[in-house]
Design a protein around this ligand. Structure first.
Ligand code: ADP
Ligand code: MG
Length: 686
């Protein structure tokens, strides 16, 4: 049960004044569904705006407050395009106040032609035109704007504005309860951190490092504690010892010898499976390092030991790919394998469910459909989870509850994360690393090219496509407003489609899943030759014929992310090239990062360097979702504070293992606050 003291924080965001269904939607997009989420929606940064009399006195990229007169409204021809309110300053300079999505309705109302307004926002240039995208404030007289020259800037989604979200945050902060202190008193005093509620209030007011650190530390502590509870619980659970006699593995006819790293990992897994304590192991290996074969061997050990094995993939496409590969490799062993996804219906589905129930199907591959209530196993001994980073710990635990005795778990991830983050993310697991690539891989040529040479790159692309190869073109997601990124990607798509016609497809996060899937499938089958995408190219998708990867604004990506994207090419026999388009101005760190991409293809090394370089102070404009399991703590804080939090959690567990006593009770509140309450639930079970 969640402690009552937290109830005000877990009230729906709709209970805040001014949040109806219209606002609830964009809030949900940002992950803000409860009062707590709103209170924890910390500013990306703070702006100081400069009041200027006209645009000549401002420079591009600067935050300003300027008086303007509205001259004209221009709707874009396409529905997704921008809505421009044209205006002039006192000197007759033209500027476009640009709106995307629903915000254009507000603009129509608040900016009638002829109106004089003080406009606050960032002055940008788009082509030859000056523009201010989504002005932060509009006012009929300057006084109230000039009064608020230092303001938090929050990340937004369509339908939200800075003032709106600031108002909601203020309301949420008024509802903060008094919570007991969970930080160890010595630590708390030494760091001179503010108390929890004060820290939240300060973090919204200005750049307050101690407040931000305290909030990050809380999150790290909650995470460490929860993972330790999982681990401790796992030690107490009974599993089944699965000893393989090698009879099935011996019949495998692999077309290649295993690498040393593969052999070592299989050995580690085999030892774990032979124990009657359930395995909790993470297999980390770069894209292409050969995780599938390791999974196959593990599953065969389970089958040799008389149990069933299930492989869970995050998407339908991946599940199918795995099924095809595994079925081919399993051929000579005679071991049956089934595919089960949400799409299967009727008879076929029934017969698979029967086979799993009576044990006649020893191996199943699928999406989360394989763990629905209707699915029962005769004796599930091993669960393999591919692309683990797509699933949270709570899902891992849910899967583990499927067997009568806890099944062994092998989680696999291709995201090379630094050792320190491995601890944060997978602290409850043992780790095997595939740190050696199968021999004979073609290196991917990586080139860094200035964006003003985009035209040449398009010509290069044309030659590729003419030669029958396929290619990716990736646009970044970097702005505060997703719709602006989408607009940029759509514009690029339109331009490329203009040039290359129907063989171009587009994939981005705002498309319906069916449309996205259809586009992916056209590309995977080779009907489409060029895939334009915003960062999310389905993990693991394998198109060996794709040999060119172009990434726009490469400097805005994390190295690990660039590496993952680059890994989409270089999968066939032909030479592959990755083109990193960079902006005109690049910081020293930015240069260093892109140079590293040219220099190495070792994902683990890139991950470590990325952490070092980013920790060095240069924060990207945006947090990269999916990088870490944290919402509050950034990479720098993880590096500085995680070791301390981890140690504190360990002491708390050792001295107060049942989380009893005063600090134990406070720690429970913390776990619930960060929704690591599955940790608490395990406590009761044990
Ligand atoms: P990932 O780790 O990305 O899942 P895969 O398991 O899909 O990698 O393997 C990538 C490719 O490498 C596959 O075509 C696979 O058959 C091949 N492969 C795996 N292990 C070896 C090996 N030891 N020697 C040569 N090729 C291998
Ligand atoms: Mg794989």
């Amino acid at each position: 049960m969640r402690p009552d003291v937290l109830n005000p924080l877990f009230a729906e965001a709709e209970t805040l004044e001014g949040v109806g269904p219209k606002i609830a939607k964009p809030l949900e997009k940002l992950g803000l569904t409860r009062v707590r989420d709103v209170a924890y929606h910390l500013p990306d940064r703070f702006v100081t705006r400069r009041p200027v009399e006209n645009l000549d006195a401002a420079s591009v990229g600067e935050q300003v407050v300027v008086p303007l007169t509205v001259t004209e409204h221009r709707a874009s021809r396409s529905a997704r395009g921008p809505y421009s309110v044209m205006a002039i300053d006192a000197l007759g300079n033209h500027v476009s106040l640009t709106y995307f999505g629903r915000a254009s309705y507000t603009a129509k109302k608040q900016l009638p032609v002829g109106a004089k307004r003080w406009v606050a926002g960032r002055l940008d240039q788009y082509g030859q035109m000056l523009q201010i995208v989504h002005p932060d404030h509009l006012s009929e007289d300057s006084a109230d704007l000039l009064g608020t020259l230092n303001e938090p800037v929050y990340s937004l989604s369509d339908g939200l504005t800075q003032p709106k979200i600031a108002g909601l945050v203020a309301q949420a902060l008024e509802r903060l309860p008094e919570l007991p202190e969970w930080i160890e008193p010595g630590q708390f005093a030494k760091m001179q951190w503010p108390a929890w509620a004060d820290a939240l209030r300060l973090a919204h007011k200005g750049e307050h490092a101690a407040a931000r650190d305290r909030l990050a530390y809380d999150e790290l502590l909650a995470n460490s504690l929860a993972l330790m509870l999982v681990r401790a619980d796992n030690r107490r659970r009974r599993g089944q010892a699965l000893g393989g006699d090698g009879s099935l593995r011996g019949r495998l006819d692999l077309p290649f010898p295993l690498t040393g790293a593969q052999k070592r990992s299989i050995g580690e897994i085999e030892r774990d499976l032979a124990q009657d304590r359930p395995m909790l192991r993470l297999l980390q290996g770069d894209v292409g390092s050969g995780k599938t074969v390791v999974a196959l061997e593990a599953m065969l050990i389970a089958v040799e030991g008389g149990a069933q094995a299930a492989l869970l993939a995050p998407t339908e496409i991946l599940a199918r790919q795995h099924y095809d590969t595994l079925r081919r490799m399993l051929g000579p062993t005679g071991v049956e394998i089934a595919l089960l996804t949400g799409r299967d219906k009727g008879r076929a589905r029934e017969s698979i469910l029967m086979g799993l129930h009576d044990g006649s199907i020893p191996i199943v591959v699928g999406t989360h459909a394989i763990f629905q209530d209707a699915v029962t196993y005769r004796n599930l001994g091993l669960v393999v989870i591919d692309e683990q980073h797509r699933f949270g710990v709570s899902q891992r635990l849910m899967l583990a509850s499927k067997g009568k005795v806890a099944p062994h778990t092998l989680a696999m991830t291709a995201t090379p994360i630094p050792r320190s983050l491995t601890l944060a993310q997978y602290g409850e697991m043992d780790v095997s690393r595939l740190d050696e690539m199968p021999p004979g891989r073609q290196a991917i040529d990586t080139v860094v090219v200035s964006a003003d040479r985009t035209g040449e790159i398009v010509e290069r692309l044309a030659r590729q496509l003419d030669g029958g190869a396929q290619a990716y073109w990736v646009c970044p997601m970097v702005r505060e407003l997703e719709s602006e990124d989408i607009a940029a990607a759509e514009a690029r798509y339109a331009a490329l489609k203009n040039r290359f016609g129907d063989q171009v497809v587009l994939v981005h996060g705002q498309l319906k899943p069916e449309i996205k899937d259809a586009a992916m499938e056209r590309f995977a089958s080779g009907t489409a030759k060029l895939l334009v995408a915003t960062t999310v190219i389905e993990v693991g998708v394998d198109v060996p014929n794709a040999t060119l990867m172009v990434i726009e604004q490469a400097e805005r990506f994390g190295l690990a992310q660039l590496h993952q994207l680059r890994g989409r090419v270089g999968r066939g026999a032909k030479k592959s090239v990755c083109v990193l388009l960079r902006g005109e101005t690049l910081s020293e760190t930015g240069k260093e990062r892109l140079a590293l991409m040219r220099e190495t293809q070792d994902g683990f090394r890139l991950a470590e360097e990325d952490l070092r370089l980013r920790g060095g102070g240069e924060l990207l404009g945006t947090r990269q979702s999916g990088d870490t399991p944290f919402r509050v703590a950034d990479l720098d804080q993880i590096q500085r504070l995680l070791p301390i939090a981890h140690e504190d959690a360990r002491l708390l567990m050792e001295r107060d293992g049942g989380l009893t006593g005063e600090r134990g009770a406070a720690a429970r509140v913390l776990l619930y606050l960060f929704e690591r309450d599955w940790g608490v639930q395990l406590l009761r079970g044990g």
